[in-house]
Design a binder for this molecule. Structure first.
Ligand code: PLP
Length: 447
């Protein structure tokens, strides 16, 4: 233990946290969080005023950027008016938010059920899909993430859950989706192979047992795998053929992250249910939502759905969400995400020429990542999926360098994420990419 008298304020905050709190998704030993004192725009500052550019928008949720006073004011106004009501009462802001969400959602996705976060939105979707269809199985893909509660973790195909596999809930079945960079197929055969596999699995599991297919609106923390053109349309057709509901999880890809309100809008489909969180309040308060069609909502006109929590439709979170959505519109953040996504792609192409360790860069709007490889020809990843700490040695060094140089972002397996707040400027992108470029010199030595 360090001597308290020699600690800087940042070190003191870290020490208190290490002494008294538990960290998850990582071993307690060796973790190295940033002690954040304040945050503004795309920057975080620690207690010694060291600045970090936030290239992952927190957990890909702070879409409007940090420290926006409009949200603070909306929250204070709501707190002064009414700070809490039970889910059996309603507030003006709840209704206004429901209407606004119906306006930005396509098709008949007009009814909002407000939750607490992404996982609870997905739990509600799973429960509602089962109760609506009278079927019990939920299909989803490997290499996906849908949250950390019991059902949401089970439906996700993230391999980090495997050590706790015995704790998975039953009746979740996984399938493969195309990974264009790694599947050496042309687009047509990639589509036909993956759709044929999905249809075979539906056959094995019994179409009459399958309530829903749940997919991320665009692949996120598993490596921004990107659906090939036509893939989601083919899944939509399969759902229609077998009477299976299509649930799009827009928790991470929603609210402008991909340059549209929702990721699925890049693929010309309309799902039956959409789950949301993160960007709905840009992380200013915990909140989530399940949007369903009029038809699904009407099913509950004379039935109950046994779900709901004390803090459902919390009025203060509703107020934050409503103001946040206005900010996306007033500041043209969807357009900026699309334009900056283009710019990042061009710059990443130039970086590829300098760094032999960059195998691929892919982004949809500002949901992107570099994929780092040992060998561009064989595409051997610098760290395999679900790497052990030993296998992460090089990527851990890259991550540490990124942090040292003043950036906060995710380095997971062989991916370095590029997902800054949607208000990011070209100059800030240059600043962030220069840091990643410097850190990738470490990876280049292992090629
Ligand atoms: N769904 C997706 C696609 C996510 O990326 C996440 C979180 O990263 C979740 C659901 C879970 O959201 P939450 O952590 O708010 O429960």
């Amino acid at each position: 233990m360090l001597d308290a008298t020699t600690l800087s304020e940042t070190e003191e905050v870290l020490q208190d946290n290490f002494d008294s709190t538990v960290f998850v998704w990582s071993k307690q030993k060796g973790i190295s969080p940033i002690a954040v004192k304040y945050a503004k725009g795309v920057y975080l500052y620690d207690y010694d005023d060291k600045r970090y550019i936030d290239f992952s928008s927190g957990l890909m949720n702070v879409n409007i950027g940090h420290g926006n006073q409009r949200i603070t004011e909306a929250v204070v106004r709501q707190m002064q008016e009414v700070s809490y009501v039970t889910p059996y009462c309603v507030t003006k802001v709840r209704g206004e938010l429901g209407k606004k969400l119906a306006e930005i959602c396509p098709g008949d996705l007009n009814k909002a059920y407000f939750t607490l976060c992404g996982a609870t939105s997905n739990e509600a979707a799973i429960k509602m899909a089962r109760s609506y269809t009278g079927r019990h199985k939920i299909l989803s893909r490997y290499q996906s993430y849908h949250g950390a509660t019991y059902g949401a973790l089970s439906v996700g195909g993230d391999p980090r859950k495997l050590p706790d596999d015995s704790q998975q809930a039953p009746n979740f079945v996984h399938f493969d989706i195309p990974y264009p960079y790694r599947w050496n197929h042309d687009r047509e055969s990639m589509l036909s192979d993956s759709i044929a596999q999905l249809e075979r699995i539906i056959g094995y599991e019994g179409p009459g047992n399958i309530a829903a297919i749940m997919l991320e609106g665009e692949s996120g923390t598993s490596g921004c795998l990107q659906y090939p053109e036509g893939y989601l349309k083919a899944v939509r057709d399969i759902c229609d053929k077998y009477g299976i509901l299509l649930i799009m999880d827009e928790v991470l890809s929603g609210f402008g992250r991909t340059g549209k309100w929702f990721g699925f809008e890049n693929h010309g489909i309309v799902p039956d249910m959409v789950t949301m969180a993160k960007g709905i309040t840009s992380g200013y308060l915990p909140f989530g939502c399940l949007m369903v069609t009029d038809k699904i909502a009407a099913h509950y006109n004379d039935r109950i759905l046994a779900t709901g929590m004390t803090y459902n439709a919390h009025p203060v979170s509703c107020a934050a969400a409503l103001e946040n959505i206005k900010i996306y519109e007033d500041e043209n953040l969807l357009e900026n995400a699309a334009q900056m996504g283009q710019y990042v792609t061009e710059q990443a192409e130039l970086m590829k020429q300098k760094h032999p360790s960059i195998g691929d860069f892919r982004t949809t709007g500002l949901l992107g990542c570099f994929e780092i490889v040992k060998n561009r020809t064989t595409k051997e990843p610098m760290a395999p999926f679900n790497a052990t700490p030993d296998q992460m040695a090089v990527m851990a060094k890259v991550g540490a360098k990124i942090k040292e140089l003043g950036m906060y972002t995710f380095v997971r397996w062989s991916y370095v994420f590029v997902a800054p707040p949607l208000c990011v400027t070209k100059e800030q992108i240059d600043e962030g990419l220069a840091i990643i470029s410097e850190a990738l010199k470490i990876a280049d030595e292992y090629v």
